[in-house]
Each structure stands twice: as structure tokens, then as C-alpha cells.
Design a protein around this ligand. Structure first.
Ligand code: FAD
Length: 405
């Protein structure tokens, strides 16, 4: 039997979960397909920018206690290690300080807490969740898409929304090519006890192998994301706890001499990539299936939320105009509203990573004397204001879910 539904959503990560919550908010009927074997826990943390926080509040997905969502009021980016007064002053040479005069710029949340909020909200959803076995095959025609699993279960829809990550099966099946922005890096993640108050500051130091970043969480903790060349990251993930603690303290500097590691380490391959087209009529790519970016700016999931907000507006307007969800204007509209922001964020993250983490790339772009000046000079230029605006979100993309509540 073929299960007919207007829209199919595939994927089981954060993008798919929030996509379903947003479709419920817009009263759009859909079926979510999730693989029988899939890991629904995620020990990472995510920084959520101002625009994304508004959107999650609209969707009733922002019910975190102060303990579970930590404000970030200042971000210090440097090429040099941080001194003992880094929690109080902007004291470093070669550093760039982002702030909105004490107002929150972003929040750090636990991915598992957001997944749990989505799960609880999805329990009230009138739409269906179907579990499929093993691999899916896809058949795209101008007016519909047919999806079949290896046990013969079949679904038919006007539109497929692929939220199935950077290695999207749906994107591959549609023949949409994705360009790899090879970084040859992996990220080592861990939870840190700072053994002092973080004062809502985030820190990032660019090392020649890749950036090491600390995002504040709770009152005295931080989430560590240390990106490095594959070889260095593998070594970091396998060394003893005491050696790892030493390395983290050493790279961050005297301001962090008291920190201890209070979790197991995790390791994530980084495969930045972008797909030229964000879909085809009857198929829309959202989140990492469309663009997977380096975590150095903490923007990957924030971009996914922008995709979701715009897709919902496009589908709502198509429905109001009596169009089918496979109508080509939906893709045109979606791309027109998303392309600028996605390309701007990819350009900034790739550019910073290439400029400052030159060991990860074959080509060193500038001599180190100039690179040492880079952040200092940037601190004085108007580009810093533009970067702050892009990082807080909602500037290059407008959507009803980003509006004030
Ligand atoms: C170390 C690290 C730190 C990061 N920190 C931040 C941050 O601070 N802020 C930020 O905004 N972003 C951050 N990001 C980026 C962010 O995590 C990703 O952009 C986001 O998780 C992408 O979610 P997704 O659901 O699109 O893809 P994924 O998380 O890859 O999820 C895809 C899901 O689809 C499932 N799937 C695959 N194939 C199928 C199929 N055929 N059918 C159904 N399901 C399928 C998979 O099992 C998976 O669950 C970080 C990334 C990394 C690696």
C-alpha cells in the first residue's frame, strides 16, 4: 500500500525535529520518515543566536531554565594565548572583542535538551512519524516524489524536505552535486570545568592547526570545541586525560591554568560543503544536507533554522495561492531568500579558517607577520560591526518566525 501525504520530511537530527515543529506551527500536514536504527542523542552544545532564539520561542521550543541556556555577552577571538585577566578585560594584543554592550549575543544550549523539547512537542503533533527499514530509494517525477524502503513500504508526496545531513541520500538520489570545501580537520569536543565564573564570555584562539573555542555553560563550565588537522585531532582524542588537560591549558593560556576536563572526549569529522542548488521542484534541502559549515563561528544550526523559517513561509504562501507543493516557484522563492546569507556565512568561516589555520591547507595565504596584525586591524574596521550583525542572525534573511513575539 502507498501512504499518501502532502509533504515528507526525512532526517532525525536537529534540523528535521525543528522542521516538524515549524510545520505543525503553520498547520502544514506532513509525514516524517526516520530510520529504524538511528542515534538520537548528541552530547554537543550549540550556540543559538538572537534570531534563532526568537524562532525557537515562537515554536514553544525555548523553555530552558537559566541552568540549561547560558547567555553569551562577549566573544573574545585571539591569535595569542589569553592572560590571567581575560575574564575581566579585553587585554590581549591581536584580539577581537565582539559584544552588544552587555546584552546577550547568543546562548549556549545542550543539543540533548533541544532534542528532548522537540520530542515532547512532537508528541502533540497531528502528523505521522513512520519508521523505515534500512535504505530508502527515491523516484522524483515533476508532480510527485515516491519513497520506498527495503521492505517495500512506500510513501508518495508532492514535496520531500531532506534534513538528512551532510551525506544526504535524497540529495544524491536527485543527482544534486555538492562541492566539498575540504578542511582536512576534525573537532575534538569535551566539557570543561573552569573552576571560576566565566562571566558569560566565550573564547576562541586561532592556532595554526585550527581554532580552539570555549563556549560558556552553566556558571563555571564551558564547552570545548578544538578543531585541528586530522592527525593532531586524532592524537588529542587518544592522549591521557592529564596530557589533554595540559594541552588545553597550554593552548588557551594563563587565564585557564585552573581548568579541568569533566567529560569524555568526542571527535567529529569536519566536512564543510555546499550544494549549488538548494533542491529541485518537489525536493527542498535544509540544514547540513544543503550546506555543512565549519563550527568556528557556531553558525551551522543557526543557518538550518533560517532554512526552516523560510521554507515554512514559502509553503504557507504556496498553499494560500492554491499551488501544489511541487510547484517550481517554491524552490525559486526559497533559494532567493536563503542564498545570500548561506554564502556570506560560508565565505566568512572558510576565509577565517584558511587565513589563520594555515597548516590545515596546502596554501598559506599571507606571511605570519601580516596574519599577526590581522585581528588587531579587523577590530578597528566597520567589517567587525557587519560580522556582529551577521552572527546575531536575522539580518540577511527575514521570515515570519524571526519576527518579534
Ligand atoms: C563539533 C561541532 C560543533 C558545532 N557547534 C555548533 C554551534 O555551536 N552552533 C551552530 O549553529 N552549529 C553548530 N554546529 C553545526 C550543527 O551541529 C549542524 O549544522 C547541525 O547539527 C545539522 O543538523 P542536521 O539535522 O541538518 O544534520 P545531522 O545532525 O547530520 O542530522 C541528520 C540526521 O538525518 C539522519 N539521516 C541520515 N540519512 C537519513 C535518511 N535517509 N532518512 C532519515 N534520516 C536520515 C541521520 O541519522 C541524522 O540523525 C556544530 C557542528 C559540529 C561538528
Amino acid at each position: 500500500m502507498v501512504h499518501k501525504t502532502p509533504i515528507i520530511v526525512i532526517g532525525n537530527g536537529l534540523t528535521a525535529k525543528v522542521m516538524c515543529a515549524a510545520m505543525d506551527y503553520f498547520n502544514l500536514e506532513y509525514t516524517q520518515l526516520i530510520p529504524a536504527k538511528s542515534d538520537v542523542t548528541d552530547s554537543r552544545t550549540t550556540t543559538i543566536n538572537l534570531a534563532s532564539q526568537k524562532m525557537l520561542s515562537h515554536l514553544n521550543l525555548w523553555s530552558f531554565s537559566a541552568e540549561d541556556s547560558t547567555k553569551i555577552t562577549e566573544i573574545l577571538v585571539s591569535q595569542k594565548s589569553f592572560g590571567t585577566n581575560c575574564f575581566h578585560n579585553k587585554s590581549n594584543a591581536s584580539s577581537l572583542c565582539f559584544s552588544l554592550d552587555g546584552e546577550p549575543m547568543a546562548w549556549t544550549i545542550e543539543n540533548n535538551s533541544l532534542l528532548q523539547s522537540c520530542y515532547e512537542l512532537n508528541l502533540q503533533s497531528p502528523s505521522q512519524i513512520c519508521v523505515y527499514e534500512e535504505a530508502l530509494s527515491f523516484d522524483f517525477s515533476p508532480l510527485s516524489v515516491n519513497v520506498r524502503d527495503s521492505k517495500g513500504a512506500q510513501w508518495q508526496a508532492e514535496l520531500l524536505i531532506a534534513c538528512d545531513g551532510a551525506h544526504s541520500q535524497a540529495r544524491v538520489a536527485a543527482g544534486l552535486s555538492s562541492t566539498s570545501l575540504a578542511a582536512r580537520q576534525k573537532a575534538v569536543i569535551a566539557r570543561i570545568n573552569l573552576n571560576r565564573f566565566h562571566n558569560n564570555k566565550a573564547f576562541q584562539r586561532f592556532l595554526p592547526d585550527g581554532p580552539i573555542a570555549l563556549m560558556p555553560i552553566k556558571a563555571q563550565e564551558a564547552a570545548l570545541v578544538w578543531s585541528a588537522t586530522n592527525k593532531v585531532a586524532d592524537t588529542l582524542s587518544k592522549m591521557s586525560d592529564s596530557d589533554f588537560t595540559y594541552q588545553v591549558r597550554e593552548k588557551l593560556g594563563d587565564g585557564f591554568s585552573e581548568l579541568t576536563i569533566n567529560s569524555k572526549r568526542g571527535i567529529w569529522p569536519l566536512n564543510p560543503s555546499i550544494t549549488r542548488s538548494m533542491g529541485q521542484p518537489g525536493l527542498l534541502l535544509a540544514g547540513d544536507s544543503s550546506h555543512s559549515i565549519h563550527p568556528l563561528a557556531g553558525m551551522g544550526f543557526n543557518l538550518a533554522l533560517g532554512d526552516i523559517a523560510v521554507i515554512c513561509d514559502c509553503l504557507d504562501s504556496a498553499r494560500n495561492n492554491g499551488l501544489s507543493f511541487s510547484h517550481p516557484s517554491i524552490l525559486t522563492d526559497y533559494q532567493a531568500k536563503r542564498r545570500v546569507e548561506v554564502e556570506a556565512v560560508i565565505g566568512v568561516t572558510q576565509g577565517l579558517n584558511r587565513l589563520f589555520s594555515h597548516k590545515s591547507f596546502q596554501l598559506k595565504l599571507l606571511p605570519s607577520s601580516l596574519i599577526d596584525f590581522g585581528l588587531d586591524i579587523m577590530d578597528m574596521l566597520p567589517i567587525k560591526k557587519q560580522l556582529t550583525q551577521i552572527a546575531t542572525g536575522g539580518v540577511l534573511t527575514s521570515a515570519s518566525l524571526f519576527s518579534d513575539i
